[in-house]
Write a protein that binds this ligand. Structure first.
Ligand SMILES: Nc1ncnc2c1ncn2[C@@H]1O[C@H](COP(=O)(O)OP(=O)(O)OP(=O)(O)O)[C@@H](O)[C@H]1O
Ligand SMILES: [Mg+2]
Length: 548
């Protein structure tokens, strides 16, 4: 903390009524009982001798052991400055070096005052009292329990024989100090550059997002929600936020990261919340769970939209109360973690469909950031290409660069309508990796670029059905397991995937059955759609309730 004199705060001090809050110093304020005391420097008295500041009110805090000195000091104050209203406040801690006792009594003092910071300029005098008293006064002022500035006094240079001495006002609003403010700005600029991963960013929206996120990362421990399409950098940003918090000592635990799409059934509960031995068949020993691992650290739940409804309910409680029940346990566990959630799904739509809890969304939607796609921040493409080349160079230990014509060709394509950048930075990373690997002698030629452009165009335009097929495969793999899916004909897979999707969107077996067999039911007098669907699903060992 700078103790330098601050002119601006002194000027401010002169405009409003100055009220000093000071603790009677058993030693420093003791100038003896006789006439000699008027010639001695007594810190609290000295403030009433200052020409440059008028004191309207003085609140003198004194310990019960110093009653006699307090009476004399108040009398002297009245004699020196009749216009100052002097009030006294009694404290009676057993030990003035006991932090707990002193803090609680001074906190009581602060709570009982009707501070009016509009009218009064409070100056908290920290020269007298034990160091513990001074620390407590500082803490109470810093935390704004006492809405004031600190006041420090010292004897004048000519020696202790002069009663007036000097004073300094220390404003704890650091932003008022130019030197400190510029240091903060510098730190903030560094943090912003860090969150950008050291890559130059020209896109206005992304810059605004990162600027706010820097403040939130440093100041808040509340949940952060990162949304945006696949590959826009949500996971990467979550890791950078964690690193930044660590660097700034805002977090002492570790980063625990999980993709919720990998968590299903009993395993989801126990992976997140832990379990006790025997909680379910196969639970051979206690399991800590991710929440406990993330204690005092950061839990990054990627694809949070994939989390089951039961887990969502437990998670909400864990965020709000910091407590949760490990699977199979009847004892609560505690974990103080910060949550960052990532998703490429629209959670509001999921709420509408009953797939995501509204209360959980409300809780994690406090600091939410929609990350722009690569196409939406296409002006950042060129610096990102350079960044990818540097990464490749570092890994491969040899430098790779574009030939001039090749670079122009690639950039023209990359900025064109045809370049969809569907998987965003993931596509860019793969594309540069391919070209850099194929570059003979470290030069990316036009031929290499031509091949790459053909490849990307095909990925984005030729293989639509293949990706739908992949989606089906992923869906069925999740439900049946890879091995079982491999035993099913493609013809059946396509049908089954659509049936499963429809079931997942339906509230009951009957509703799904009605939708699926609508036409054939119309033709029959008697129908049992539910039964037909149940039989169909059972052919694959599936039950409707398991799909939802
Ligand atoms: N701004 C960026 N600049 C350069 N590379 C980036 C940027 N953002 C992400 N990447 C890179 O792109 C890849 C994908 O990023 P990341 O895994 O963070 O995306 P994501 O949004 O979490 O995707 P998903 O939704 O699929 O989980 C990573 O290799 C990452 O390092
Ligand atoms: Mg991710």
């Amino acid at each position: 903390m700078s103790l330098s004199k601050n002119n601006r705060s002194e000027q401010a001090a002169i405009k409003r009524n100055n009220v000093i809050i000071g603790v009677l110093g058993a030693r420093l304020d003791h100038g003896g009982l006789g006439g000699k005391r008027w010639r001695r420097w007594r810190p609290n008295i000295s403030m009433l001798l200052q020409q440059s500041i008028e004191i309207s009110e003085f609140i003198l805090i004194y310990h019960k052991d110093e009653e006699e000195l307090a009476v004399l000091t108040i009398k002297d104050m009245a004699a020196l400055s009749p216009q100052t209203k002097v009030q006294s406040y009694l404290v009676d801690y057993d030990d003035p070096w006991d932090f707990e006792q002193v803090y609680s009594q001074l906190h009581d003092f602060a709570s009982k005052q009707n501070f009016d910071a509009e009218k009064n300029n409070y100056l908290v005098h920290i020269t007298t009292g034990t160091h513990v008293v001074q620390i407590c006064l500082y803490l109470l002022t810093e935390a704004n329990y006492i809405p004031g500035q600190l006041l420090q006094t010292s004897p004048s240079a000519e020696g202790k024989g002069k009663p007036v001495g000097k004073y300094q006002i220390i404003d704890l609003d650091l932003s008022r100090y130019d030197l400190i403010a510029s240091r903060f700005e510098h730190e903030s600029r560094q943090a912003i550059a860090y969150l950008k991963g050291g890559i130059e960013t020209r896109n206005k929206d992304f810059n605004t997002l990162i600027k706010q996120l820097e403040q939130v990362s440093i100041r808040s421990t509340e949940p952060i929600l990162l949304t945006g399409a696949t590959g826009v950098g949500k996971s990467r940003l979550a890791r950078l936020i964690f690193d930044l918090k660590k660097q700034r000592c805002k977090m002492r635990g570790k980063l625990v990261e999980v993709n919720c799409a990998t968590l299903r059934g009993d395993n989801a509960m126990s992976a997140i919340f832990g379990h006790i031995k025997g909680a379910y068949t196969g639970a051979a020993s206690d399991r800590k769970g991710l929440l406990l691992e993330a204690n005092h650290g950061l839990l990054f739940l990627d694809e949070i939209g994939e989390l089951g409804l039961d887990e969502q309910a437990m998670l909400l409680r864990a965020i709000e109360d910091k407590t949760f029940m490990p699977f199979g346990s009847d004892k609560e566990s505690h974990s103080n973690f910060q949550l960052i959630a990532g998703t490429n799904r629209n959670l509001f739509k999921q709420v509408e469909k009953g797939e995501f809890r509204e209360d959980l969304l409300a809780r994690i939607n406090l600091w939410s950031y929609e990350m722009p796609s690569l196409k939406a921040r296409i002006e950042d493409l060129a610096p990102n290409i350079e960044h990818e080349l540097e990464l490749f160079t570092r890994k491969a230990s040899y430098k790779v660069a574009f030939n001039k014509g090749a670079k122009e060709k690639y950039l023209t394509f990359a900025h064109s309508e045809d370049a969809l950048w569907k998987a965003n930075f993931r596509d860019l990373n793969s594309s540069i990796t391919r070209m850099a690997t194929l570059a003979s002698g470290g030069r990316i030629t036009e031929d290499v670029v031509d091949t790459e452009i053909r490849r990307l165009s095909c990925d984005w335009h030729c293989y639509q059905p293949a990706s739908a097929e992949r989606d089906n495969q992923d869906l069925l793999n999740k439900i049946l397991g890879n091995e079982a899916v491999e035993q099913i004909d493609l013809f059946e897979r396509l049908q089954l995937a659509d049936v499963v999707r429809l079931c997942q969107k339906s509230k009951s077996l009957a509703e799904a059955g009605r939708k699926l067999f609508n036409i054939s039911r119309e033709a029959k007098a008697n129908s049992n759609d539910s039964h037909r669907l149940r039989i169909y699903l059972r052919k694959y060992g599936l039950e409707f309730r398991e799909l939802n």
